[in-house]
Design a protein around this ligand. Structure first.
Ligand code: ZN
Length: 467
């Protein structure tokens, strides 16, 4: 029998990692994600892999988000030279994400080594370097959705659209072990059916074993129409108040959703602002990739975009101004009213949004809109929780701007959508809950039992099962 080891994103949401070993000796790593969040989580990325990187035959990645792909450069740095399979669009997005992640690692280490030197401590090396990221990128092998491929002896992989971000996949693996074939389906991150641009997650009907993500296993999201009306109201109010609107957003996925919605408002005459600045080099590059892969969008949004003859995202929202260079970014500081500024980082831990906070957060005529979850301990969370001041760029800034949180923009399926997706399997496969906090998984486990009469297991970190 083949073995499956639950190595990462077990009873938590980051660091996705699973290992499949067949009795015939094939060894496939499914996901190679980075752990993110608290300092201890980030430190744990430095621990050696739980397997010998040189013994792997192939690596398979569900999508480009760092918590699913972010340790690939470390794997390459540890000597792995085999193929890394992902969809075409994921392969392109990974280039952005991994090079950016490597730069962050290098910069953080340089900073840390400065204070370590002052304390007389020995320097540390970065988790990985740009060179490692470039090596990992060399090993990418793009696959189209629905195209089966033998990635190792007796292990066949097929990607299906997960509708979460561009290129995101549900991974179907057929593992042959002597004369027995077992079908394993890993949900990856399943999209929210209310998200724009993306398709609804593909439903599958056959599996022996399913790994189901449970990020929002405990609740449903607000309907997107309500969230959009709320956003439109905030923008009208901001226009009346006369200040700017700041939106901290993740560069890949959330930013493109926002631009799509703002473009719709613009066309409906519901956008009172005169300019939308996209102040994130990474988001600007991600836009170009989204534009190139328009054929992957859902048919309704694709038709809307085609009707406007959109070649680039800027054609969809004509008042969008991209500011890749630091000079262009700084020039935004002179705009005192009537602008929407979208910038990273998503949780306000750094990046260009910090500079815009410095110029706008203390002004009572400005508005800040959080379109996504803010993790504990981040400046974004402090602002959401009503802090009177926040520390940013080595200075305290008063929070006088009006702060709004929009709950309905999640790129993950809510509980009902998870139940609906899994209910398409035609007989009750073995079901394991992954990629979620324990309490949320327990709520989902109960809902699966009550509504579908299905038993779901919650694996322990490091647990190994026969498949
Ligand atoms: Zn994701």
């Amino acid at each position: 029998m083949a073995l499956l080891s639950f190595l990462g994103a077990i009873q938590q949401v980051t660091g996705s990692c699973y290992l499949i070993e067949s009795r015939d000796g094939a060894k496939v790593l499914l996901e190679c994600g980075m752990r993110q969040g608290h300092r201890e989580d980030e430190e744990s990325n430095r621990a050696p892999f739980a397997f010998d990187p040189l013994s792997l035959d192939a690596v398979v990645i569900s999508h480009a988000h760092i918590d699913h792909s972010g340790l690939l450069p470390k794997l390459a740095g540890a000597g792995y030279r085999g193929p890394i399979f992902a969809t075409d669009a994921s392969c392109e997005l990974m280039e952005l994400m991994l090079l950016d992640a490597a730069q962050i690692q290098e910069k953080d280490t340089e900073w840390e080594n400065k204070w370590r030197a002052r304390l007389g401590k020995p320097p540390i090396t970065p988790l990985y370097t740009t060179e490692d990221a470039e090596q990992a990128l060399e090993q990418r092998r793009p696959l189209a959705y629905g195209e089966p491929r033998e990635v190792a002896k007796g292990v066949q992989v097929t990607f299906h659209d997960a509708g979460h971000i561009l290129g995101s996949a549900i991974v179907e693996l057929q593992v042959q072990d002597h004369h027995l074939t077992r079908r394993l389906v890993f949900s990856g991150d399943l999209g929210n059916t209310c998200s724009p641009l993306m398709h609804a997650p593909t439903t599958l009907d056959r599996a022996d074993l399913v790994l189901l993500e449970s990020t929002y296993g405990d609740r449903d999201h607000r309907p997107s129409a309500d969230t959009l009306d709320e956003l439109a109201d905030i923008l009208q109010q901001a226009h009346r108040d006369g200040g700017n609107v700041l939106i901290p957003a993740f560069a890949v996925g959330r930013t493109q959703d926002l631009i799509y919605y703002l473009g719709r408002f613009y066309q409906e005459g519901r956008l009172p602002q005169q300019a939308v600045f996209l102040d994130s080099p990474m988001a600007i590059r991600a836009n170009a990739i989204y534009s190139r892969f328009q054929h992957l969008f859902n048919s309704v949004d694709q038709a809307a975009i085609a009707a406007k003859k959109v070649k680039r995202i800027e054609d969809w929202l004509p008042i969008l101004r991209c500011t890749p260079s630091p000079e262009e970014s700084m020039a935004i500081n002179r705009v005192k009213s009537g602008a929407i500024i979208i910038a990273g980082s998503g949780m306000c831990t750094g990046g260009r949004i910090a500079h815009h906070f410095k110029h706008n957060l203390w002004r009572s005529d400005c508005h800040v809109v959080f379109p996504g979850f803010q993790a504990m301990g981040t400046p974004g969370r402090a602002i959401v929780d009503g802090a009177a001041t926040v520390k940013m760029l080595h200075q305290r800034i008063a929070v006088k701007a009006r702060v709004h949180t929009l709950g309905g923009f999640s790129a993950h399926a809510g509980q009902s959508q998870l139940l609906d997706w899994v209910s398409h399997f035609d007989h009750h496969p073995e079901l394991y809950l992954v990629h979620g906090e324990l309490e949320k998984m327990q709520v989902l486990q109960q809902a699966l039992h009550q509504r579908l009469n299905w038993i779901a297991c919650i694996p322990e970190p490091g647990e190994q099962i026969a498949i």
